[in-house]
Design a protein around this ligand. Structure first.
Ligand code: NAP
Length: 249
């Protein structure tokens, strides 16, 4: 693999497993230094091993991204360790699914605070060092359901749709400083998150995918690395659907 991100410094939230783990390893293969955040440092043991095996440096960070102070502390830690930050991937996310009539205010708020407010706090904290350096790449991990909607996921769809608006506005504000902001919106990807679905739900979803298979975390990592790397430098304010054609109907 080409070392097109040699010594560049990235923070990936939700890096302990699934999509975030794969993004961290893909970046390491490209020569990057990777800081990974999860709710507990212990959860990042596998990521550390895989990033270092790929030749990258790894910094493990702990925090709950729904808490505003976590984002600033994480960016400060990366800047203090490595002197700056070229890229941020706001990937940490949760689901608390329920039909609207049964959806509690707490489940709504928790999903918004983790999936949307967490990304806002990270963007704000990362923007300062990126503006100083007059360069930066930000990728939010959205979802195909932000545009299609999904019964039982009003909270999750609202949060992910919010990321799309946040990315577009930030792209407009930050473009003149050399900072790009985009969303990668996965379809149905095999991770712990989708393992929680029933067999019927998984089969119904898989039936709608034009390419005839669920995605892998690697499918998403490739798209993220494109936006973070030299080839993605003129793309900003966009939502890149990586869904195997799921959203086509
Ligand atoms: P996952 O396997 O459930 O992993 C979630 C990651 O987020 C874990 O690393 C977890 O860390 C971290 N996390 C959760 N809550 C956190 C918090 N409050 N603070 C810090 N870290 C937190 O999920 P995934 O499937 O890889 O999904 C990754 C992203 O892709 C999410 O934003 C998800 O919404 C999005 N997405 C996934 C799919 C899919 O089909 N899988 C489709 C569309 C979009 P811990 O180890 O500490 O729990």
């Amino acid at each position: 693999m080409s070392q097109d991100l040699q010594d560049q410094r990235f923070l990936i939230t939700g890096a302990s497993r699934g999509i975030g783990l794969e993004i961290a390893v893909d970046l390491a293969h490209r020569g990057a230094k990777v800081a990974g955040l999860a709710t507990r440092t212990a959860n990042l043991a596998k990521t550390k091993i895989e990033v270092e095996a790929a030749g990258g440096s790894f910094l493990a960070l702990e925090g709950d991204i729904s808490q505003p102070e976590t984002a600033q502390a994480a960016i400060d830690a990366v800047v203090s360790e490595w002197g700056g930050i070229e890229g941020l991937v706001a990937n940490a996310g949760i689901t608390r699914d329920n039909l609207l009539l049964r959806l509690t205010a707490d489940d709504f708020d928790q999903v918004i605070q983790t999936n949307l407010s967490g990304a806002f706090h990270l963007l704000k904290a990362a923007t300062k060092p990126m503006m100083r350096a007059r360069t930066g790449r930000v990728v939010f991990i959205g979802s195909v359901v932000a545009t299609t909607g999904n019964p039982g996921q009003a909270n999750y769809c609202a949060a992910k749709a919010g990321l799309h608006g946040l990315a577009r506005s930030a792209a407009l504000e930050l473009g003149s400083r050399g900072i790009t902001v985009n969303v990668v919106a996965p379809g149905f990807i095999q991770t712990d998150m989708t393992d929680a679905l029933t067999d019927e739900q998984r089969a119904a979803m898989a039936d709608k995918i034009a390419l005839g298979r669920p995605g892998t975390p690697g499918d998403i990592a490739g798209a993220v690395s494109f936006l973070l790397g030299p080839a993605g430098g003129y793309v900003t304010g966009q939502v890149l659907l990586v869904d195997g054609g799921l959203s086509l109907g």
